[in-house]
Design a protein around this ligand. Sequence first.
Ligand code: HEC
Length: 157
Amino acid sequence: MKYFKMRAVIRVASYAWLVFIPLMFAPLLVSAAERDPLQPRVPQDQLEAAKAVTNPFPSTSDNIAKGDGLFHGKGTCFICHGAKGQGDGPASVGFDPSPRNFTNPEFHRARTDGELMWVLKNGSAGTAMVPVVGSVIDEEEGWLILLYERSLGRPSP
Ligand code: HEC
């Protein structure tokens, strides 16, 4: 009897790593939160100039579709921002702050197009959002992607 119990204990113990090793990595799998998405990212001394810049492209369904293609294609934005722009892409894990959730209408209200373009050109200091215009995409493509990201924050008609 005792012998069988011992064997059972050993058998359970030998599988315990299946539970404990994944648990050790669990903290890495928890995405951090966004950092106050309503606060400006452009430094104070450049904020006014950045806010005044406007998107030269109209928000037509054609341009939004082009932006969609670039967001998921050449721009590879989805890797961090998620296929639906919710800030939960496959590479978002472990980033603190986490990538922007573009489905939040409050965020869109808090920013002008010019501020968003400033971040595309300069990145957001101290975060995983590096400058993308001039490296991954050009400015025109950036404006089209912004039209797509904006569309995610509008309730569908
Ligand atoms: C390596 C991960 C990563 C990739 C790839 C990435 N982003 Fe980001 N992005 C972030 C993070 C993290 C933030 C949040 C930064 C912060 O809180 O200041 C962010 C924020 C933003 C913002 C919000 C700026 C603001 O004013 O709050 C915009 C717009 C944006 N990204 C656009 C893009 C576009 C367009 C692409 C693709 C060309 C892209 N991102 C690719 C990680 C990424």
